[in-house]
Design a protein around this ligand. Sequence first.
Ligand code: S3P
Length: 439
Amino acid sequence: MAAQGGGALSRKAGALSGAAPAPGDKSISHRALIFGALARGTSHITGLLEGDDVLRTAAAMRALGAEVERAGGVWRVDGAPWRTPDQVLYFANSGTGARLVMGAVAGAGIGAGFAGDASLCGRPMGRVLEPLGMMGVVAKSHGGRLPVEILAGGDLTAVKCVLAKPSAQVKSAILLAALGANGVTQIHEPVLCRDHTERMLAAFGVKLGIKDDGEVGRILSLAGGQTLTPTDVSVPGDPSSAAFLAAAALITPGSEITITNVLVNPLRFYQTVREMGGDVSFENERTESGEPVADICVRHSVLHGIETPAERAPSMIDEYPILAIVAAYAHGETMMRGLEELRVKESDRIASVEAGLAACGVDVASGEDWLRVRGQGQAPKGGARVKTNHDHRIAMSFLTMGLASNEPVEIDDASMIATSFPEFFQLVSRLGGEIIARQ
Ligand code: S3P
């Protein structure tokens, strides 16, 4: 059953077993479309995530001048010089699409308007507009939020900047703008975050200096004026989406599943659940399109609480909601630190998780940048209707919880699941779980 509008309910249905592929990685899918559209010539993309967020980026690339077509499961992107679009670019729920395309539009020296849904309009865009402003980009915004208009401008100047937030989206926006700037842009990244942009720029033939400087962090240097060479991209499975399936197996007695073709950069969620006692192993490890990939085998496990350090948060940021669910089944306390960025995701994820867990009978507490969950080493009560606040990861986290809790868990809105994991319902059901859509 497809995840559509309306709510949904999940309930205990016994052990999970078998194999399932993870959907295409969201971060890499956005980048493959944007980089293909910037290159001169044809790039092919296989395994693209066909979720709503990524399809919005595909539409934006068409509006900016690229030809983007799907034929027989392969996406073909013909890059062309970008032109100012006739209409405002609408990114719906997608922060990655909006922020990366802002940088790329600035680098292309054109203007464009950016809009989004209620969730995206509440999220900060100043973190991208400020560094772009230092490079000479002129933009209008709604107090640092959408709607945003980038004005077609003159020359961009390369800058030296420190990444104030450990955000791969902000870093990527600056790198994309730097492609069109005069001189060498330098970004100092004190806390390391995802490096998909760096890897894919290299795959598209762009020269990027990367200097790892121990305690100081990483320094990236990119000379403006470089052109992208088209290339073919094979998108691996998304580790953050695979984490829902892995979590379902970890908490459901008797389960043993394999999730195939998963990106294992970064692998912090899997490392963290292993530290909790999770039986998680990587098989068939390989490299695809410059990224490490593996099949992940997960068995039901007796888990114990741990403390997750703040330094781990940037690379595991999307997995905390599902980690909190896993922690509710573990023995003892799990303390998650360094989570301030969770407050500005598709919803305030600390608040959404805390409210949902409390309603399901779990001992949970939070502060501005931390979340603490105390598990009893057994299935929690469940039995609540959880508010998802337009957030796909909150929706999937609580549906996962209900696969093993004593009473079913209901969510108010399953529609956002389609932004990142359209096959979630089918794959859970293929593995033996029970989720029922409700209109
Ligand atoms: C992403 C970076 C992260 C992550 C998001 C995808 C990316 O956001 O939460 O889902 O593709 O660069 P931040 O850069 O805001 O941390």
